[in-house]
Design a protein around this ligand. Structure first.
Ligand code: NOJ
Length: 813
């Protein structure tokens, strides 16, 4: 291994935003060196899921019995009943695979639940709820006959607060997202459904995510297309931030990983050999199959050689009246094998990778047929309108004879609980919880029911609540409980008078509130919202529909203004210190039980326990360290779209801490109706006496999640937490590690490396123990290409947020 000083120097050299460092040079620092050939799977067990070798044996026997065309059909999307389909192979009794979005519900199905978004799930900081959500989602997929759940999401991670899909994932902190990935995958796969970790990798914006003119039939396959944006990320950053949560996913035994639309350091994610062959199948020892995002494959042989195992949705068509585009795989892949361009052994490995999770999860036995009411992906079946897929799927016994199967069970209970657990109370001057108020007002356009129907949330509509965001990560609702509806029900029981105005245009008009609301109520609940969706990044971090003006107007007239934001991430809330704004609750995207969840928190039936999974800064320009790229299209430059990740490791709190900037509400922060203390004395102990400095001994074969030594516990940290208030509540003690100076300039000041959630009754005290794995203390050494523990003093910080540190200690390595 190179001495860390060399390492630090190398790293330093590329930090554009760090003082004194040289300018970012993507050609020099952000490269994806070729990594070939694509590693074959070995059947190595994942830490959380064993049985891979036996499943691989079954897959080998199955694949050995297939013709080349049949093998290729396992690798190529086909027409069928689901968002993505692998056709049945009746000759060998294989019923095909049904792939559905994901990630917060079985997207288009009837009689299914809509769970809280990933963002809300992360904001709960509750491992048990994360896993249970995964399990229930898995049960619903299974019940609807879908073998493959297209989720969870670790990319976008949340480099930019403006990115349209951040809410589908969890948090810009890779550790928190890693935990959420792991728990979700374990939960989903415990039901025998395959999870797909997406989108691999560095997919951090919607802007320019697809090549221009892709949908213009005149130009396909024109070489004049402007290619998707290239996320230019240097080696240390791609490992320590963007790969990190995917390592958890692989370690959890995830069946599949979906490559993303963007390019990485110049080459498309679905044909980037460094990221797929090198990092994913090599370093992380991934044993499952990679799958392309829909129309994210831009080459045949090149993608296959770079590690892509399955292309989706196969042949496709945007306009049914125009000729479609054949798949890059399918007949083209068969031909490539026949003419010797692609070795059949590669296709065999691809097919085994697809079939091993199938056997591992027992999908060959008793898996329900597809519920015909699960909703089809319109485009997918248009390419071959004459396709007899329904006939062949039915003949194969792959379609359930029953449709509209109700798979919801009692899941609304968890949805309500997790929806509340993912709400973060960031201000409370004693206004909450409400206690049988005599008179309240409910105002703002996010309080009422949805207005545009129960499915296809593709536009930012004015009136109505946003239980979730838009795009493929949205869902069809059977039922939405709107805040006003749930508040009215509660008010009736309490004998409270409720007045309401849901029209923001009226509310921002001078007198709009004042002239209508009489008498001025004890409490004014203002529901404001911000839309976020796949396909477009947010224009700004302002609340939509003049939400900030609505709050200001109400606060001018009501001395007890309680604001509830309904949003997919960060917003600027300039009124947060207004004296009449007495409480602020960030409700995020809590799913179908929104109204009940928010009533539970507002009335104190549930003590708020959510914590910010991101930082709320004062103003929008504070976030500009990771701006969205939107260069003007230049048709003469097919390579025009570039996003340089010059901020490197310094996203979210890592940025604000590094530059010592004050923020109103920091990562990890959140209030409760009780108070907690954490004793200033903490115990830090090494697990063994042997030195852990530097790079651990290498492994000789691939292990899912990477070198097992990285996951060994090396230190424990013990702290004592007490409930010093008057009611029972849940505390979220958090552990942050400060790496030694030898980790190099540009290393974050401190990083989350442990958290837990504990319930405490008044006066109760509990001891919590965090375990630190070797990875938690390592940096990615760009010279040795290994994770390495730097030498020096490590700071140990335990507290209730990234800035509310109650106890400090240190150890040296
Ligand atoms: C594109 C999205 O990026 C992906 O997340 C989704 O799974 C597919 N479409 C299928 O709908």
């Amino acid at each position: 291994m190179a001495p860390l000083t060399t390492l630090a120097a190398l790293f330093l050299g590329a930090v554009a935003s760090v003082e004194g460092a040289q300018d970012w040079d993507s050609a020099a620092f952000a490269t994806s060196p070729p990594v070939y050939p694509s590693p074959n799977m070995t059947g190595a067990d994942a830490a959380s899921l064993s049985g891979w070798a036996a499943a691989l044996e079954k897959a080998e026997a199955f694949v050995a019995n297939l013709t080349l065309e049949e093998k290729v059909s396992l690798l190529t999307g086909a027409p069928g009943p689901c968002v993505g389909n692998i056709a049945p192979i009746p000759r060998v009794g294989f019923k095909g695979l049904c792939l559905q979005d994901g990630p917060l519900a079985i997207r288009q199905a009837t009689y299914a639940s809509v769970f809280p978004a990933g963002l809300s799930t992360a904001a709960s900081w509750d491992r048990d709820l994360m896993k249970l959500r995964g399990q229930y989602i898995g049960e619903e997929f299974r019940g609807k006959g879908s073998q493959v759940y297209l989720g969870p999401v670790a990319g976008p991670l949340g480099r930019s607060a403006l990115a349209g899909r951040n809410w589908e994932g969890f948090s810009p902190d890779p550790y928190l997202t890693g935990v959420a990935m792991e728990e979700s995958i374990i939960g989903v796969q415990s039901t025998g459904v395959q999870a797909v970790a997406k989108h691999w990798i560095a997919y951090e914006q919607e802007t320019q995510r697809n090549p221009e003119d892709t949908f213009d039939k005149d130009t396909i396959p024109s070489v004049d297309q402007i290619m998707s944006v290239s996320s230019n990320v240097e080696d240390r950053t791609i490992h320590e931030l963007y790969t990190w949560p995917f390592a958890n996913a692989v370690r959890a035994g995830v069946a599949s990983v979906m490559c993303s639309y963007n390019r990485i350091n110049g080459s498309y994610a679905c044909q980037n050999s460094k990221t797929m062959n090198g990092i994913l199948k090599g370093e992380l020892g991934f044993q499952g199959y990679t799958m392309s995002d829909w129309m994210g494959t831009h080459g045949g042989v090149a993608s296959v050689e770079a590690g892509l195992d399955q292309t989706m949705p196969g042949a496709w068509n945007w306009e049914p009246t125009l000729p479609g585009v054949p798949s890059w795989f399918g007949g083209n892949l068969t031909k490539a094998v026949e003419n010797g361009t692609v070795a059949e052994s590669r296709v065999d490995d691809m097919a085994k990778r697809v079939m091993t999770p199938f056997y591992l999860l027992g999908q060959d036995e008793g898996f329900p047929g597809v519920d015909a009411s699960s909703g089809a992906y319109p485009m997918n079946n248009q390419f071959e309108p004459e396709s007899d897929w329904l006939e062949s799927w039915t003949a194969a016994g792959a379609i359930n004879t029953e449709s509209n199967v109700d798979v919801r069970s009692n899941h609304s209970k968890l949805i309500r609980e997790l929806g509340a657990a993912g709400m973060v109370l960031i201000k409370n001057n004693g206004a909450l919880p409400l206690s049988k108020p005599k008179d309240i007002a409910v105002v703002g356009n996010a309080a009422g029911d949805v207005q545009n129907g129960l499915y296809y949330h593709d536009v930012n509509y004015e009136p109505g609540v946003l239980p979730v965001g838009g795009g493929s990560g949205s869902a069809r609702f059977e039922n939405v409980v709107a805040p006003l509806e749930a508040i009215k029900a509660r008010a009736k029981a309490d004998g409270t008078h409720v007045q309401y105005i849901l029209n923001n245009t009226r509310l921002v008009t001078p007198g709009g509130f004042h002239d209508m609301i009489y008498p001025v109520p004890e409490a004014c609940l203002v529901f404001v919202k911000a839309w976020a969706s796949e396909g477009a990044d947010r224009d700004s971090l302002e609340l939509d529909w003049q939400g900030n003006e609505v709050v200001e107007q109400v606060a001018q007239n009501c001395s007890n203004t309680i604001v509830i934001t309904n949003s997919g991430g960060q917003n600027v809330i300039p009124w947060h210190s207004h004296p009449n704004v007495t409480a602020i609750l960030l409700a995020h995207f809590p799913g179908e039980e929104f109204g009940n969840s928010v009533v539970d928190v507002l009335y104190g039936d549930v003590n708020p326990s959510g914590r910010l999974p991101y930082t709320l800064a004062e103003k929008e320009s504070d976030y500009y360290f990771a701006n969205i790229t939107s260069s003007v299209s230049n048709p003469n430059d097919t390579n025009a779209w570039q996003a340089d990740f010059t901020e490197r490791l310094l996203i979210d709190y890592r940025h604000f801490d590094y530059y010592n900037l004050s923020v109103p509400y920091e990562f990890g922060f959140g209030l409760s109706y009780t108070n907690f203390s954490l004793s200033p004395s903490i115990t830090v102990k090494p697990v063994s006496n042997s030195s852990i400095a530097g790079v651990p001994a290498p492994t000789t074969s691939a292990v899912p999640g990477g070198n097992p030594a990285l996951w060994e516990d090396v230190y424990t940290v013990t702290a004592t937490v007490k409930n010093t208030g008057a009611v029972t509540g849940k505390a979220v003690p958090q552990l942050y590690i400060q790496l030694p100076a030898s980790a190099g300039e540009g290393t974050p000041v401190k990083q989350l490396r442990g958290f837990t959630k504990i319930e405490l009754t008044p006066g109760e005290e509990k001891t919590v123990t965090f375990t630190l794995a070797r990875r938690d203390l390592s940096i990615w050494d760009v010279v040795s290409q290994e994770w390495s523990v730097p030498s020096g003093t490590f700071g140990v910080h335990v507290g209730f947020s990234s800035r509310d540190i109650k106890a400090k200690s240190s150890f040296s390595i």
